[in-house]
Ligand binder design. Structure first.
Ligand code: KPL
Length: 290
């Protein structure tokens, strides 16, 4: 597992418990000694010891799960490219869009799979995860109706696991929802639920309208036909949460804005769609980081 944030640790411990030998791949600078990862849930706490490996090690990797931030995907996978064996199954589970094309151009050989998850988890300390909300994880590969052999073990570990024959649509919908919620909450430093209030609801509606136009131009019009309702449902279901982009801003980390609004704006300009509201929000978020 490449990317030892909350989601990476959550999946790594689930895979280990389901009997898949799992290793955490950490950045150079870490000590390659096993770590004890604790996952705390409502009413239960479990721990798993996970071996750790650094990118420069030589042990072969057959199955790679990538859960890094969008902007780190390419460099992180390239840092272990020399270790990928002939099976080379790579599952990308990061937020946002645009990094997969970059990665596939730089490293065409692995079989790439794509996923999206609504699992809710955050770190309370380096190796302590709070699994705050159970969600659904969808995995697929464009054009593949049937899952690969590893999916059986994966779906025993990640429940409910779901093989998605329309993964491109699912990724697009998640992307569209992230474009609407993440930058607006990051700019206003508010929890997701506040987007439903009178101050921000009109801005959210304006963003959704433009996102729907870009989606239609990009061939995903049907997927986002009811985007305002889909966004409203996520806002309600995650009302108390801070979006991942707000968490990054509050922690002074780089945000995924280039792979969320930035990618939307690139597509908008390619298709000649005007997106003034998303553009102004994008600029505001970029300014936060400078
Ligand atoms: O995916 C999310 C994120 O924060 O990245 C949403 C759905 C907006 C929930 O917070």
């Amino acid at each position: 597992v490449l990317g030892a944030g909350a989601i990476g640790c959550l999946f790594a411990t689930a895979l280990q418990r389901a009997g898949c030998p799992t290793t955490l791949l950490l950045r150079p600078g870490y000590v390659a000694a096993p770590v004890l990862v604790t996952v705390e849930r409502e009413g239960s706490t479990s721990s798993a010891e996970l071996p750790v490996s650094l990118p420069s090690d030589s042990a072969h990797i057959s199955h790679l799960l990538v859960t890094t931030k969008a902007q780190d995907v390419c460099a992180a996978v390239l840092s272990v490219a020399h270790r990928l064996d002939s099976a080379r199954q790579v599952l990308l589970l990061s937020n946002g869009m645009g990094f997969a094309e970059q990665l596939q151009a730089a490293l065409p050989l692995p079989a790439y799979f794509f996923g999206t998850t609504t699992e809710g988890a955050y770190r309370t300390s380096r190796w302590h995860i709070r699994h705050a909300g159970r969600g659904l994880t969808r995995v697929g590969r464009p054009g593949c109706a049937l899952p690969p052999p590893w999916f059986e073990q994966w779906s025993q570990a990640v429940q409910p696991g779901y093989w998605d024959t329309d993964i491109e649509d699912s990724l697009w919908l998640k992307f569209a929802i992230n474009c609407a919620i993440n930058p607006l909450t990051a700019l206003h430093r508010c929890r997701n639920g506040e987007l439903a209030g009178p101050a921000l609801a009109p801005r959210l509606a304006g963003l959704c309208e433009e996102i729907m136009q870009v989606s239609a131009a990009a061939g995903f019009g049907a997927v986002t036909a009811d985007l305002p309702q889909q966004v409203a449902a996520v806002v309600r279901a995650t009302a108390e949460n801070r979006s991942s982009m707000l968490q990054d801003v509050l922690a002074g980390r780089a945000t995924e804005i280039e792979y969320i609004s930035g990618h939307l704006l690139q597509l908008a300009s390619r298709h000649g769609v005007a997106t003034p509201q998303n553009e102004s929000l994008y600029r505001s978020i970029c300014r936060l980081g400078s």
